[in-house]
Design a protein around this ligand. Structure first.
Ligand code: C2O
Ligand code: CU
Length: 468
């Protein structure tokens, strides 16, 4: 591994060497441009035509934005689409007016117009960006990219790799099926596709060398697909969830569960031998296990000796919630097919499930179904105060619940304390699961809390927390 580190803020997705060479001072980033426009990409396997997509800077996923912890992201986003858009910086603790939520934190960026995003990145980690305007369609068409904030001293690894995982619903001609926001998808598992991609392409074998230590950053940008990944023959360690460091530990039950919006950083020691091949399989949905990608060993052995313990990442400057003094609230997620919902509040009045459905809605949070544009706060939090929220999934479906502007500790699942108390910004609730999260409401503003299955968000599973 002797590649020199690129000094540009914008780099292509793929291989970047970290922790191997001494760092060069990085030029202070000037405001660069990021252009959202229609484009074409080879999303389907070779032999299929290219797919018409919507892309950032013409590529899918968008360019990987890289900067160092504490640096400022300064980016002018230009909208060359035929409809409005915005960018949300998923997982970054930033000022509310930079959060990119259309109609809540900013006016949508109209076609032909641009918006200057400028904010500091306080936490190192693996983050991502995507529109927050009709995201069920815009993200599905390809608007998503990774944002990597590097630690001052990254752990020593041979290679630092990024896998942006996506799932596309393509026609026979490799066009994106245009049934965005179909009610069946809204009321069931969301828009599951038929073509998984890694970094926007049909997965090709990952070439590795015996003895290598990899850092693998996974980002799930799919609208709806939860990935449940097993790394055959390997024992990855999780070192971060959603960009936030966690004490290194193995995969619970041998699987990495990554809901839409979630990220994980893994350290994987390549313990296979020369020319061996292993599968990475996805087995989240019952009876739908498939081989996502192969790990293909080359002949050349990198090192014989063991690398020893997996390094921990340095903590990010996140305030620890005071659990004793914390105020408690429940958030109950209900609805969907087989949910047995009896009614809901919509625009301030009670409606039947049938009427809810006629509005294209299927889900509620604490009994309220929110339109995409309904941004009345469901909870008001005192700035600086600690909160424990009990999130209860009263439905038959998994839901990755995302909170903007903050990260939270996951305290317990179904009453059992989590072994690692991980910090996350998106937590996967399995059907009928109850999860307690805790955080300090230290970032003022109106912040979205919603299911990151984008069809569920569209279908009412969304709300606003006001911190003031
Ligand atoms: Cu990644 Cu409100 O979204
Ligand atoms: Cu959901």
């Amino acid at each position: 591994a002797g590649l020199s580190r690129r000094r540009l803020l914008l780099t292509g997705v793929g291989l970047v060497v970290a922790g191997v060479l001494p760092r060069t001072a990085r030029a202070q980033a000037e405001a660069q441009r990021l252009i959202a426009s229609p484009g074409r990409a080879q999303v389907a396997p070779a032999g299929y035509p290219q797919t018409e997509v919507w892309a950032y800077d013409g590529v899918v996923p968008g360019p990987t934005l890289r900067l160092r912890q504490g640096e400022r992201l300064d980016l002018v986003v230009e909208n060359r689409l035929e409809e409005p858009t915005t960018i949300h910086w998923h997982g970054i603790r930033l000022p509310n007016e930079m959060d990119g939520v259309a109609h809540l934190t900013q006016a949508p960026i109209q076609p032909g117009e641009s918006f200057h995003y400028s904010f500091d990145c306080p936490d190192a980690g693996t983050f991502w960006y995507h529109p927050h305007f009709r995201s069920f369609e815009q993200v599905e068409r390809g608007l998503a990219g990774a944002l990597i904030v590097e630690e001052a001293e990254p752990p020593q690894v041979d290679r630092d790799l990024l896998w942006v995982l996506d799932d596309w619903r393509l026609t026979e001609e490799a066009a994106i099926a245009e049934d965005f926001g179909a009610f069946h998808d809204i009321s069931h598992a969301g828009r599951l596709g038929n073509s998984a991609t890694i970094n926007g392409r049909s997965p090709e074998p990952l070439a590795v060398r015996p003895g290598e230590r990899l850092r693998l950053r996974l980002v799930n940008v799919a609208n709806a697909r939860v990935f449940g990944l097993n790394f055959e023959g390997h024992a990855p360690s999780i070192i971060a969830w959603d960009g936030q460091p966690v004490a290194p530990h193995g995969l619970p039950d041998g699987r990495l569960m990554l809901g839409p919006g979630m990220r994980a950083d893994l350290i994987i020691d390549m313990t296979g031998g020369p020319n061996e091949t292993f599968a990475v399989t996805d087995s989240f949905y019952p009876n739908q296990t498939y081989r996502l990608v192969d790990i293909a060993y080359e002949a050349e052995v990198v090192r014989e000796e063991s690398l020893g313990a997996v390094p921990s990442l340095p903590a990010n400057p996140v305030a620890e919630p005071d659990l004793e003094a914390a105020e408690r609230h429940d958030l109950i997620f209900a609805g969907g097919m087989m949910g047995g919902m009896t009614g809901a509040e919509l625009d301030g009045r009670q409606v039947s499930p049938r009427e809810l459905m006629q509005h294209g809605l299927a889900w509620t949070v604490n009994g309220v179904a929110a339109h995409d544009h309904d941004h009345r706060p469901m909870l008001s939090l005192d700035l600086g105060r600690s909160y424990v929220l009990t999130l209860r999934n009263d439905t038959a479906w998994p839901h990755p619940i995302h909170l903007h502007g903050h990260v939270f500790r996951v305290l317990s699942r179904n009453g059992r304390p989590t072994p690692h108390g991980e910090w996350q910004d998106t937590v996967l609730l399995m059907p009928q699961e109850e999860v307690e999260i805790a955080f300090v409401a230290d970032n003022p503003g109106d912040w979205m809390l919603h299911c990151h299955i984008l069809e569920h968000q569209l279908g009412g599973m969304s709300g606003v927390l006001r911190v003031a």
